[in-house]
Write a protein that binds this ligand. Structure first.
Ligand SMILES: Nc1ncnc2c1ncn2[C@@H]1O[C@H](COP(=O)(O)OP(=O)(O)O)[C@@H](O)[C@H]1O
Ligand SMILES: [Mg+2]
Length: 227
């Protein structure tokens, strides 16, 4: 399938009253179902790019279409976000006084599901990430890798078309990080979701179908010849 789920053209975003050009005419197209790694130096605009794709922030100029929606023109960005996007951050952002099951159910409250349907879907994903025996625990009882697995289950629970992962293994040791990455890659296939992941590690980036290099707020190289 050649359909592009993400189409970005000449995207610009400035911060600090225009003094910082975080995105400086960035072009990028990503196909439906593709797994793309984003690499680049610190401060090059990787997180800003992910935030634009996920409509957490709005660009100044250019065009950005995601899942058929023109993000420069759409008013209801929160509906777009809850229907199309799952986020996995470096810090997992779980809610400390809710248990694992409840944390995973949160994104579903915007849908018209009853509590049984919500629980079934949450359990399905908690099984997929290997946490079915921890569903009544609170996040502080879990290891870092387990917390990130909860975050991944939560990101997938609404059947998003795109997962945006910003250095998802950045706070984990390398062995735990590898387990999380394999999990993300497997779920990307099973759930038929497009995966866009920022990473510092070349060997991690190589798990993707393609590596996109960002520098000074632009894509400067794309590598789709990964062995
Ligand atoms: N909310 C913000 N306010 C001000 N400056 C920001 C903000 N977000 C990012 N920046 C700046 O924009 C540039 C790109 O940042 P970022 O996208 O976070 O880079 P990366 O994720 O590649 O490290 C940096 O100079 C950063 O300081
Ligand atoms: Mg960043």
């Amino acid at each position: 399938m050649n359909e592009h789920i993400i189409e970005i053209k000449d995207l610009k975003k400035r911060y600090d009253e225009g003094k910082i050009a975080a995105l400086n005419g960035l072009d990028l197209k990503i196909k439906k179902g593709e797994f793309v790694s984003i690499m680049g130096p610190s401060g090059s605009g990787k997180s800003t790019l992910l935030n634009m794709i996920g409509a957490l922030d709005v660009a100044d100029e250019g065009t950005i279409k995601v899942a058929g929606i023109d993000l420069m023109k759409t008013k209801d960005l929160s509906q777009f976000r809850s229907q199309e996007i799952g986020f996995v951050f470096q810090m997992h952002n779980l809610i400390p006084n809710l248990n694992v099951l409840e944390n995973v159910e949160i994104p579903m409250f915007e849908n018209n599901l009853n509590s049984k349907q919500m629980q079934e879907r949450a359990l399905e994903l908690l099984k997929a990430v290997g946490l079915e025996d921890k569903i009544r625990q609170t996040p502080n009882k879990l290891s870092g890798g387990e917390r990130q697995r909860v975050a991944i289950a939560r990101a997938l629970v609404n059947h998003p078309s795109i997962i945006l992962a910003d250095e998802p293994t950045g706070s984990l040791d390398s062995k735990t990080g590898d387990i999380i990455l394999k999990l993300l890659r497997d779920l990307h296939e099973q759930e038929n979701v497009t995966l866009v992941m920022v990473t510092h590690e070349p060997y991690v980036a190589k798990m993707a179908d393609r590596i996109v290099y960002v520098r000074d707020g632009k894509v400067y190289e794309e590598d789709d010849k990964i062995d």
